[in-house]
Write a protein that binds this ligand. Structure first.
Ligand SMILES: Cc1ncc(COP(=O)(O)O)c(C=O)c1O
Length: 412
């Protein structure tokens, strides 16, 4: 452990909650260097939808490496990129009647968001974007300006601007139309608020505390954007790739975003990839206008393409819905038995237990870790315990993880 404390920057975070040295992992289990076994309800913050070391995906990567396939290619053409694009179009876009172009950015979510913001500003010639309370979009300056969290803002060291902050659905209590003040202001040429380049939102705010927007609200945001010539950007970096029981989080919600941000799970194996999906008529980039050295991650293309096999038919998504329903049922039981107030939110295999205070949530996480369950917090002051196992978790491991979580909650 000393080597980390002595040489790794203070900025390290998650290792402080789970201060062991991990060594091996398989699907929803991890082992530390002393051989202790853990259940993973964290999934690399939504990266490991197909579990750790998914054997099928790994085999595809091994085959590719052994064939001498290129690993790095910037934005040059490569066989693995061609296969990924073809698979993504045929397995994901076409069956859903969607038409988007793919922009591969640097392989982090924040770089995808930067590209989306820049493109929206370029298309509209406007500066401001609307972002929502508790939104989380990344750590680089443009994306950070859209992120709500104050601690992250303070670390920027410069002004973060060109963002109009609007309350997310439910932020002002049930039944309050959070869009009305902005709607009025945009109709009033003396309001001081000019039409924005874009509205950027997560349909389910993940880091913000598992806040689920309603279908009606999302449609109203889209309508407002359309009325004022603004783009709708859905940041689906954490909630897509099957997490909600749909491939995209916005399916069945009656919206069709102009730009869709994807990263995390799309790389399949924990291998990094960032993709911005762009409606074809909005693809006004000049060649090389948004670059990045690591846009051609061929191992990620191979792993990402292999992961698309899970979406060839509806079986996998049906499994996600089934396991999500089991999870929800068990979480409801726990809340009934608990001695404290807890609010459950979420859908699919993405749930949050709002413990009201950060202290209580931290106590649950610590007690879970004593039982070798890795589970994180999210939301304001970390007050929400976030339940996000790999989508491929086995039923018995899911049950065991939930049993450990219940014990942690009942110990409060
Ligand atoms: C919705 C959303 N957008 C953007 C990001 C930033 O992604 P990255 O950390 O890969 O830059 C995250 C990360 O948690 C996220 O959840």
């Amino acid at each position: 452990m000393n080597v980390f404390e002595r040489y790794e920057s203070n900025v390290r975070g998650y290792c402080r909650t789970w201060p062991v040295v991990f060594d091996k992992a398989l699907n929803a289990k991890q082992w530390d260097v002393d051989g202790n076994e853990y259940i993973d309800f964290f999934s690399g913050a939504g990266v490991l939808n197909f579990g750790h070391n998914n054997l099928k995906i790994r085999q595809a990567m091994i085959d590719y490496l052994e064939s001498g396939g290129v690993t790095h290619s910037l934005d040059m053409y490569s066989r693995s990129k061609r296969e990924f694009i073809e698979r993504f179009v045929n397995v994901i876009l076409k069956p859903r009647g969607l038409d988007y172009k793919l922009q591969f950015t640097g392989p982090t979510g924040t770089n995808v968001v930067e590209a989306a913001l820049k493109l929206a500003r370029k298309v509209t010639g406007r500066r401001n974007v609307v972002a929502f309370t508790d939104g989380f979009h990344g750590m680089t300056l443009g994306a950070l300006a859209c992120t709500g969290n104050q601690k992250f803002h303070q670390a920027a060291g410069v002004e973060l601007n060109n963002v109009i902050r609007v309350p997310f659905d439910g932020y002002l209590g049930d039944g309050v139309d959070t869009l009305e003040p902005l709607r009025r202001a945009l109709q009033d040429t003396s309001s001081g608020i000019t039409p924005p380049a874009a509205f950027i939102l997560e349909t389910i705010q993940a880091e913000g505390g598992i806040n689920v927007a309603s279908k009606e609200w999302l449609q109203q945001v889209q309508q407002l954007a359309r009325e004022h010539g603004s783009l709708l950007i859905v940041d689906d970096i954490q909630a897509s790739v099957g997490r909600t029981g749909h491939y995209f989080s916005f399916e069945n919600l009656g919206i069709e975003p102009d730009l869709i941000c994807m990263a995390k799970g799309i790389g399949g194996y924990g291998t990094p990839m960032g993709v911005l999906l762009i409606k074809p008529e909005l693809d006004v980039w000049e060649p090389g206008e948004h670059t990045g050295t690591f846009r051609g991650q061929n191992l990620s293309f191979v792993a990402g393409a292999a992961a698309l096999d899970y979406f060839e038919n509806d079986d996998f998504l049906a499994e996600v819905k089934r396991k999500g329903a089991i999870t929800e049922e068990r979480l409801v039981e726990m809340i009934e038995r608990a001695n404290v107030d807890i609010e459950l939110r979420g859908c699919g295999m993405m749930h949050g237990l709002d413990m009201v205070t950060g202290e209580k949530a931290a106590a649950v996480v610590a007690s879970a870790f004593e039982q070798n369950l890795i589970i994180p917090t999210c939301g304001p002051n970390g007050r929400v315990v976030k339940v996000m196992p790999p989508l491929t978790i086995e039923d018995d491991v899911l049950e065991e993880g939930l049993a450990r979580l219940e014990k942690a909650i009942l110990s409060l």
